[in-house]
Design a protein around this ligand. Structure first.
Ligand code: ATP
Length: 438
């Protein structure tokens, strides 16, 4: 697949120009690996998270939502293996002292790796722990160490007993959480793809040990169904069965769901069979029993875990890259985002044909106010001519533009223009809602 660097540049610039995503700490020169979401970015992100929450929590009866603290007792990450093992291979150039991730640099002659900056031979590979360390409380010592969590999973494992005690669920059941995660990536890159602060949507699904394959298959299908919910082109989504030597230390089976990003086919989501590794490790480390009392079998045992893990920011990058289009309409070039109406940050925009005709503005405002009660994500725009307003809405992926003209005052109908085709149709005011939500 050819790399489309130009598309990435266009996306970054559209996101900034139209208020989706800005460089983090921009006026101070930025902070590598951080991005700030603006109003449209937040709206897109919330739609993506809400669809996930609906599919995996609200529409099910076996899922328990959670929101655990980002800062946790350091022993959580010792037990999970992150303090000792959550590292990437780092190489440093002896001359310019730049640091790189060894596995992202192609090998040279005799297995030497060369600095991409000045072509010097790079130094030996070292392990670099990716957890962001901090100190909690007024006294800074060994005991005050904490970490910004590198994945949301930890918070769900340590609350396993709480969920059992409060809700007495029967296996299989899951906990689900959406929240921030932090990794001190050696080389943040590709816009939202590899950042140091990002958001995850994760599930820990607890099963009887013999049932893991059934649950794994159920979530494999669930992950694919979610990629349809958000409107991703299905021919760009691929499953990769991860080889045993490439799996995380806790996993007995992993599928990476890859996406054809503009810079190549890369991991979008992961699905892992984590066995009883985490509950056993936290039980041993905390001394608190983390078992399930099976009333039918009159037995107590440690459940096994299936974990689907979704990156919110990678999802946003995938939907934006997939939706970006350029075409010619009425002899003029335009850019539009063919976002699924499910996730579009603005569902419809209402315009008066002319800004300086009070009767049109009044009618358009009336329609806008009524619609907004049913569909909060709508916009009013009376700035510039109609053509310019269409272009602005196209660029942010608004599926419908609703124009109030002089005929509206007598026929109680509006012109609705569809984003992708540019086709216009006359629709009765009473039918607008069903048209834009169908
Ligand atoms: P990679 O191999 O690309 O570093 P990973 O295998 O370490 O990813 P996981 O630990 O499985 O990733 O994390 C689960 C999900 O979290 C990923 O599928 C991805 O969507 C997201 N994610 C992980 N690291 C980052 C990051 N640095 N920036 C943005 N999203 C990330």
């Amino acid at each position: 697949m050819a790399k489309d660097i130009e598309l990435m540049e266009k996306l970054v610039s559209l996101c900034k120009r139209r208020g989706f995503i800005y460089q983090g700490s921009e006026i101070y020169g930025g902070l590598a690996g951080t991005w700030d979401y603006g109003p449209l970015g937040v709206a897109l992100k919330n739609n993506i998270k809400n669809l996930w929450w609906k599919r995996f929590v609200l529409d099910r009866t076996d899922m328990y939502g959670m929101d655990a603290a980002i800062l946790m007792n350091q022993n959580v990450w010792k037990a999970s293996g992150h303090v000792d093992g959550f590292s990437d291979p780092l190489v440093e150039c002896r001359k310019c002292h730049r640091r790189f991730r060894a596995d992202q640099i192609e090998g040279g002659k005799n297995d030497f790796k060369y600095c991409p900056n000045d072509k010097e031979i790079l130094g030996p590979e070292k392990k670099f722990n990716m957890m962001l360390k901090t100190s909690v409380g007024a006294v800074e010592d060994e005991n005050s160490i904490s970490y910004l969590r590198p994945e949301t999973a930890g918070g769900m494992f340590v609350n396993f007993k709480n969920i059992i005690d409060s809700f007495h669920p029967r296996l299989p059941f899951g906990t689900a959480q959406i929240g921030k995660a932090f990794r001190n990536e050696i080389a943040p890159r590709d816009f939202l793809f590899r950042t140091r602060e990002f958001e995850q949507m994760e599930i820990e699904y607890f099963v009887k040990p013999a049932q893991w394959e059934v649950a794994f298959e159920e979530f494999r299908k669930g992950v694919l169904a979610y990629t349809q919910d958000i409107g991703l082109a299905q021919d760009k989504v691929h499953e990769l069965e991860v080889a045993p030597e490439d799996r995380a230390h806790y996993s007995k089976r992993t599928i990476d769901f890859e996406f054809d990003f503009p810079f190549g086919r890369k991991e979008l989501y992961g699905l892992a069979y984590r066995t009883d590794f985490d509950l056993k490790a936290h039980e041993a480390s905390s001394g608190v029993k983390l078992a399930y009392q099976d009333e039918e079998l009159k037995d107590s045992y440690t459940p096994h875990v299936i974990e689907p893990s979704f990156g919110v920011d990678r999802t946003i990058l995938a939907v934006l890259a997939d939706a970006y289009r350029e075409d010619i309409v009425n002899g003029e070039s335009r850019v539009y985002l063919a976002l699924s109406p499910n996730i579009a940050p603005v569902k419809a925009a209402v315009f008066p044909l002319l800004k300086n005709k009070p009767e049109l503005v009044k009618k358009a405002e009336e329609i806008f106010t009524t619609l907004k009660k049913q569909v909060p994500q709508i916009m009013f725009d009376d700035n510039g001519n109609i053509g310019k307003r269409y272009r602005r809405q196209d660029e942010i992926g608004t599926p419908y533009c609703i124009t109030v003209d002089f005929d509206t005052l007598t026929d109680n109908a509006v012109t609705i223009r569809e984003r992708n085709s540019g086709k216009q149709e006359r629709v009765a005011i009473s039918d607008i809602l069903s048209k834009i939500t169908s």
